[in-house]
Design a protein. Sequence first.
Length: 246
Amino acid sequence: MVRFFVQPENIGEREIWICGDDVNHIKNVLRMAPGDSLVVSCGRGTDYECVIREIQEGRVFLDIREERPAVSELPVRITLFQALPKRDKMELIIQKAVELGAAEIVPVRTRRCVVKLDDKKEEKKLTRWRTIAEAAKQSGRGRIPEISEILSLEGALDRARDMDAVLIPYELYEDMPSSVQAMESAARGESIGIFIGPEGGFERGEVERAIGSGARPISLGKRILRTETAGMTVLSVLMFMIEGKE
């Protein structure tokens, strides 16, 4: 069933109204009409099964038939701390992280990051990245993942300090049994942080600081993965482990 997101203030006790670009999509692309069904999410983990009551020029009114928790959301909150990659790779990373269930993506500046953004460029990038995250409706998400402000590595480690588990893939770490155990243990918690380095990886000192802050190093195998692949690999494994134990 087709899904749309609305702001919480657009949700009444028995009705929901949709405004903006989605109105055109409903009327002229999907060619929906009164009586058709759709799912609306507030972006905070609740789904509303609705029926179209009326379509106006700039607004669609829906009657709520059922309210329920979004079953598509992982029971574990996963935050991807992604070092800034080159070019437009961050857009791909956000898109795939959304599909794989990440609750938040935190862009991180590290020593080997090539990208340098001034305040104006940073704001433009964040706006673009948040628009991409809003496409969560296409993968059936019941929550729009958050895109935080860009943080330093120290700021990111501080943000992750209270999480149940923090993982950092590191190419020089070769203990695969310990890595599997670390991910299995993380999947049993309520919050997980994943730290992914930029092209060229983290500097050894950065990894040591992360470990000193409580992160567990893990191996992703004998191959060197690109920055846009590493996070997706960890997210995929964790999603499989988390949903497999339900």
